[in-house]
Design a protein around this ligand. Structure first.
Ligand SMILES: CCCCCCCCCCCCCC(=O)SCCNC(=O)CCNC(=O)[C@H](O)C(C)(C)COP(=O)(O)OP(=O)(O)OC[C@H]1O[C@@H](n2cnc3c(N)ncnc32)[C@H](O)[C@@H]1OP(=O)(O)O
Length: 206
């Protein structure tokens, strides 16, 4: 049991699997080419992050009262669906430009109105992408504010591109913006601004 769950948590989910559309694979290959000169880097993604920053989070910010049986088995929400049914995505970061591009395909379990993605599912992938943008710039952050303008509905199971950019840093405040376009760039689905706060080591999350 432990072995199989350990194996589970070590699978890098930001790699192609049979549920990926042709569009998603093509875009993935394009971005993997951009990684060849190391200007771009693909970000691995696991069901259960066990990175140093997660350890740091647990050590410095998590009140022991929140460490319980459930937390131990907690999984990253965006990685807790069977292949193809929920969030299929791969993120690539460009450190010099403080940018993240997320290639995303929302599966049938993320349906809102028939035929289109649920607004909360769109907010989730935006939060993950903008959150990662702030996190790479500022370390352990949490979302304080996320303002999303939904311009056009995103068809269920379609492939879209999120472009997230760090705009400004003021002390512990990290301002990020993000838009979502269709693969051909012709349709703007949403525009977002977000504020992420770098956690204060003197304040445990209560
Ligand atoms: C851990 C790593 C995991 C890696 C796994 C991969 C994950 C991928 C990434 C996923 C990422 C997903 C991430 C998620 O989903 S995180 C989950 C969703 N977010 C939360 O649950 C956070 C809840 N809020 C809080 O815990 C606190 O409010 C935080 C920690 C955010 C700040 O409380 P803290 O006590 O520390 O700071 P402060 O209150 O002194 O404020 C500091 C400054 O900020 C200004 N301010 C604050 N709020 C707002 C606001 N709403 N609009 C405008 N301004 C605001 C404030 O005025 C002040 O400004 P100034 O007076 O200094 O000028």
């Amino acid at each position: 049991r432990l072995f199989s769950s350990e194996k589970l948590t070590q699978r890098d989910h930001s790699l192609p699997n049979p549920s990926w559309s042709k569009d998603l694979r093509l875009l993935f290959d394009q971005f993997m080419k951009k990684c060849e000169d190391s200007s771009w880097k693909r970000l691995p993604s696991y069901k259960c992050e066990s990175s140093q920053r997660v350890q740091d989070f647990k050590t410095h910010f998590l009140d022991p009262k929140f460490m319980n049986e459930q937390t131990v088995h907690g999984q990253l929400f965006t990685r807790s669906f069977e292949d193809g049914l929920g969030f299929e995505y791969a993120m690539f970061c460009n450190d010099a430009e403080k940018r993240i591009v997320c290639l995303f395909q929302g599966g049938p379990y993320l349906q809102g109105v028939p035929g289109f993605l649920h607004g909360g599912a769109i907010a989730t992938i935006i939060d993950a992408t903008t959150g990662m943008t702030a996190l790479l710039a500022g370390g352990i952050v949490m979302t304080a504010n996320l303002n999303i303008n939904f311009k056009r509905p995103i068809p269920l199971c379609s492939t879209v591109v999120l472009n997230s950019q760090l705009d400004k840093v003021e002390g512990r405040k990290f301002f990020v913006s993000c838009n979502i376009h269709s693969v051909d760039g012709k349709t703007l689905y949403s525009e977002t601004t977000g504020l992420f706060i770098k956690l204060d080591p003197d304040k445990r999350l209560k």
